[in-house]
Design a binder for this molecule. Structure first.
Ligand code: ZN
Length: 167
């Protein structure tokens, strides 16, 4: 019984640390709902697309861990937590650490502008899935930026830079 309770507490802790992702998904769903109101039509594929689009930009983190950021201390620490199955530490570490990782390649305003352009073009040619997808991705970046301002007092360096930092 004690073991089960500990498990639940552990799960609660991990869920709390991943709330940042939940906010992303909620924003994506909000976008899908907004479009549904605008288009006066409901399509379950839009919901799924909005969810995927709202978290898709974070492939950037995985790309960073596995390639150009592999040898950074931040990544090494994460790999060590995984190796030792220290999941609580891992989630807590990433929850705070991912905010100060300024090395991401595609978390920048140029990508945001491109995606907004993509959404506008998609809406002109009535490609609804495109509007849902690009808009949901834009919501991800905007939330990350707003979160930076709240938690760090300003946006991270990566936002004004195209691609990875020069070593
Ligand atoms: Zn992100």
């Amino acid at each position: 019984m004690k073991f089960v309770a500990a498990r639940f507490r552990g799960l609660g802790f991990i869920l709390w640390q991943t709330r940042h992702m939940a906010y992303h998904v909620m924003l994506g769903l909000l976008w899908a709902w907004f479009l549904r109101e605008m288009w006066g039509e409901f399509n379950i594929r839009w919901i799924a697309t909005a969810v995927v689009g709202s978290v898709l930009p974070d492939i950037d983190h995985i790309h960073y861990f596995l390639s150009y950021g592999r040898n950074d201390t931040y990544t090494q620490q994460i790999f060590s937590f995984i190796k030792h199955h220290e999941w609580r530490k891992l989630f807590a570490f990433v929850a705070t650490g991912h905010k100060t990782n300024t090395s991401l390649s595609y978390h920048n305003i140029y990508v945001v502008v491109l995606l907004i352009g993509g959404a506008v073009i998609a809406s002109f040619v009535d490609w609804q899935i495109g509007v849902v997808l690009f808009g949901a991705m834009v919501s991800h970046y905007l939330f990350d930026m707003a979160d930076d301002v709240v938690q760090l007092g300003g946006i991270n360096r990566n936002w004004m830079r195209w691609g990875r930092p020069k070593k």
